[in-house]
Design a protein around this ligand. Structure first.
Ligand code: FMN
Length: 212
């Protein structure tokens, strides 16, 4: 079957993206407004690492159904654009996955998802927005840039690029050589629809042609 995205409904394009690009890591993004108030928590699975020098990552809060910025983008965009210019990314781990998914509920701006879903907001070290205390790993980030692909249009994508300025790892997550123990992290991935996956089924391969 061949598909031309320009002939599909937006909902069909969305379904192909979230069903075909799997599994996706889930960023649990903590943010607040420029005054340090109106704290917010939401999950984003259009998320990945970007580079190690400087240490950077990205996530993608699409425009909402009215073409408006989601609360997270409104909060974490650069100060010059009216945001606080900072955010935290906590890993969505298995013990907190229900609360993480619940934080994706569309609550009015200013309603605190930390409180609403029962996750504790721990103070961050280098940035104003809090982080998820229960998460095994959090990256504190300064917003470097926001790319807007289709401003004002529902479903238009935005890329938030953040530089990692501090890292919190719970005891047992890093080994003595600074490597992350995936069993201790217990990250959950997002599949299509309402699907999620665990990271318990792992295997190793040698680098390059040795993998054949
Ligand atoms: C597991 C999960 C992953 C999600 N990933 C994204 C995403 O990558 N981009 C996006 O715009 N919305 C995503 N959502 C939906 C947002 O979390 C939802 O729109 C939320 O209300 C946004 O919150 P905010 O308005 O407080 O920023 C996801 C929801 C869930 C449950």
């Amino acid at each position: 079957m061949e598909l031309d995205p320009s002939k599909l409904e937006a909902s069909e394009r969305y379904r192909l993206l979230i069903g075909g690009i799997v599994p996706r890591p889930i960023a649990v993004v903590g943010s607040c407004d420029a005054q340090g108030a109106n704290r917010n928590l939401a999950p984003f699975s259009f998320f990945n690492g970007l580079g190690s020098t400087p240490m950077s990552l990205l996530f993608c809060p699409a425009n909402d159904d009215h073409g408006q910025e989601k609360d997270t983008l409104r909060n974490c965009k650069p100060r010059a654009e009216g945001g606080c210019g900072e955010f935290t990314v906590s890993v969505a781990a298995e013990p907190i996955i229900r609360q993480v998914v619940a934080a994706g509920a569309d609550l009015p701006y200013g309603e605190d998802e930390f409180q609403r879903v029962g996750l504790n907001a721990a103070p961050s070290t280098r940035v104003s927005p809090p982080r998820v205390a229960e998460s095994p790993l959090t990256f504190e980030c300064v917003t470097r840039q926001v790319f807007r692909l289709n401003p004002g249009v529902a479903g238009g994508g935005n890329i938030v690029v953040g530089e990692v300025v501090w890292i919190h790892a719970a005891d047992g997550v890093l080994d003595e050589r600074g490597r992350i123990n995936p069993a201790a992290l217990a990250a959950v991935g997002r599949m299509g629809g309402l699907g999620y996956c665990r990271t318990t089924d792992r295997f190793e391969l040698p680098w390059g042609l040795g993998a054949l």
